[in-house]
Ligand binder design. Structure first.
Ligand code: GAL
Length: 331
């Protein structure tokens, strides 16, 4: 009786809080449960926020911020063959125990992104680095390197690209092997792009302002020779309205399009903030938009919003869906 009572109460609380889980049952076809608790193959909640994905042969690697209640605990990495089931591969970049290190405990590692350099055969990670015990003052890009996708990566250095502050960021690897760092500069008023050196370990001087609209959380993809860039406003962990820009060259000019989000809370990016856009390996022009639904009271419990990008009149549109499957993409 007591058991029944407890499970009814727990079930009601779960319903009211919208607390579904993303446990994949072997009997049902897998699906994405947008914003639900998402467990890895070890039954632990996935802890990989502000993340990005990398495809290596047939395996996807998901890199993200490992967070405690608020602490930054390094970069975690998970692997998956199907995007639904994720295996924890541990810490790709742990915090350093050396108190003099730039990545010592007390600093922040945010929005890690990894790309592979075919010339040097190295995996290169860039991230937003804040130095220990300085809040968000340092505003630097950090770089780490590894021979394998799971690492552990070796921390190399940090800097401000061409002297510019560098906070929210992403990396973009273009079809010709050129790589770019897109970053919020000048107290996040400017969004900039800088081309990386051939080894992807430095910024070149090809560094340009994209726009000065006070935007951050850049996520980018390319379709039919056009680049699409989704960004958020700057309201910290609070959600705000996404914007979409399009350009035929990474260095612009960038044209502002309508907000691509549609559905409940669309004008607040469904309660989330963009982090990455994944092109699917075996489907042409199929992309997943990825966002973080931050929980500032308990950052590790921030949730993942993954949604398919659709195209209507050739314009990207992202519709809220509580559940969906990869089979929903047109073949
Ligand atoms: C957001 C940013 C996050 C994190 C947060 C801290 O604006 O996108 O990555 O830095 O601020 O408040």
């Amino acid at each position: 009786m007591r058991f029944l009572f407890t499970s009814v109460i727990l079930g009601t609380i779960a319903m009211l809080s919208g607390c579904q889980t993303q446990k994949q049952s072997p009997k049902q076809p897998p699906q994405f449960n947008t914003g639900a608790l998402w467990y890895d193959t070890n039954h632990e909640v996935i802890n990989a926020h502000g993340g990005g994905l990398l495809l290596v042969n047939k395996t996807y690697f998901w890199y993200g911020e490992k967070r405690g209640t608020s602490a930054s605990e390094g970069v975690s990495v998970y692997s998956s063959k199907d995007l639904y089931h994720w295996k924890n591969e541990g810490l790709a970049l742990p915090k350093s125990n050396d108190p003099n290190s730039e990545i010592a405990v007390g600093g922040l590692i945010e929005r890690p992104k990894v790309i592979y350099n075919t010339k040097t055969k190295k995996y290169v990670m860039w991230f937003h680095l804040e130095l220990p015990n300085q809040g968000y003052k340092a505003a630097r890009a950090g770089i780490a390197i590894s021979d394998t996708p799971t690492g552990p990566f070796r921390y190399l250095k940090s800097f401000r690209p061409n002297g510019n502050m560098s906070r929210d960021m992403t990396l973009y690897l273009d079809d010709d092997g050129s790589a770019y760092h897109i970053y919020s500069a000048r107290e996040n008023y400017d969004l900039r792009i800088v081309k990386l050196t051939d080894d992807y370990l430095d910024a070149t001087q090809q560094d340009s302002l994209l726009f000065s609209n006070h935007r951050e959380a850049p996520a980018i993809f390319k379709k039919n020779h056009l680049y699409y860039l989704i960004t958020s406003g700057c309201t910290g962990w609070e959600p705000n309205q996404a914007s979409l820009h399009v350009a035929s060259s990474l260095f612009g000019p960038w044209k502002l399009l309508d907000d691509p989000m549609q559905g409940p809370l669309a004008n607040k990016t469904f309660g989330g903030q963009s982090t990455y856009i994944l092109p699917l390996k075996d489907k042409k022009n199929a992309f997943i938009f990825m966002a973080d639904k931050w929980n500032p009271k308990d950052l590790k419990d921030s949730r993942y919003l993954w949604l398919p990008i659709e195209f209507e009149n050739n314009q990207p549109v992202i519709k809220w869906q509580e559940q969906w499957q990869l089979s929903s993409y047109n073949p």
